[in-house]
Design a protein around this ligand. Structure first.
Ligand code: ATP
Length: 231
């Protein structure tokens, strides 16, 4: 990565991003020229009505979906126009993703839910296990290491999912409605955790419908009809 001031302080830069889905009735223009800048270490909430393109924006930042036009840069690297192998490697090193419905592996322990992505990301098993135990400690789940996700509470499961997103020490943590499936107490627990991660320097972009959750971020941006609105 070039060591200039701009690339070391900019975590994400999206310019003129457009993404259209083909659908039966008419094309859906999910992103219609999105511009977004996120600095390293920033905690940004993305808000806006259902269908305005929030998840699509996270997906193009993660390189899970291509843009039809425009550019996406993360940690000084252009993400748009890359092939799948490059993107898979890039995601393993730079992106942690947390989803609304946890996406945990049901049949294996909390510990193995963290060790597996670590090993897949290129860590030796012992290093992955040590990182996994540190994260379980950090997230207050040390005594749950050998339990399967089904016996954990919603808030604990989401904390485990966040830990999984952090195993590979991502440059950027992307969270799509991380509190959406939780009651208000669980939601606040998760928000508190994000605040702590942010205090430790983690860059976070979080999609949320909740103004209370967004208020915990450094900055909220609003999307409407496939664009980020000026605030
Ligand atoms: N794979 C797809 N195929 C077709 N249309 C899609 C696809 N993914 C998203 N869309 C459409 O693109 C638009 C934006 O979707 P997106 O999921 O980004 O919105 P959102 O703001 O995250 O919505 P929500 O808050 O309900 O999750 C919607 O009209 C959606 O139906």
């Amino acid at each position: 990565m070039p060591a200039t001031d701009v690339t070391t302080t900019v975590a994400v830069q999206v310019r003129g991003a457009r993404r259209t889905f083909t659908a039966e009735l008419a094309p859906v223009r999910a992103l219609r020229g999105v511009d977004l800048d996120v600095r390293r270490g920033e905690f940004v909430a993305v808000m806006g009505p259902s269908g305005c393109g929030k998840s699509t924006l996270l997906n193009v930042i993660a390189g899970l979906e291509p843009v039809d036009e425009g550019s996406v840069e993360v940690a000084g690297e252009r993400v748009d126009g890359r092939d799948e192998d490059w993107l898979a490697r890039f995601r393993r090193h730079h992106i942690g993703f947390v989803f609304q419905f946890f996406n945990l592996l049901d049949g294996v322990s909390a510990l193995d839910n963290l060790v597996m992505p670590g090993v897949l990301g290129g860590m030796k098993r012992r290093a992955a296990e040590s990182r996994a135990r540190d994260l379980l400690d950090l997230l207050g789940l040390a005594d749950r290491a050998n339990q399967v996700p089904a016996v954990l509470s919603g808030g604990q499961r989401q904390r485990l999912a966040i830990a999984r997103g952090l195993v590979n020490e991502p440059t950027l943590l992307l969270a799509d409605e991380p509190t959406g499936a939780l009651d208000s107490e669980g939601g606040l627990e998760v928000l508190e955790l994000f605040r702590r991660l942010h205090d430790d320097g983690q860059t976070i972009i979080m999609v949320t419908h909740s103004p209370d959750v967004a208020a915990g971020a450094d900055r909220a941006v609003r999307m409407r009809d496939g664009k980020v609105e000026p605030v």
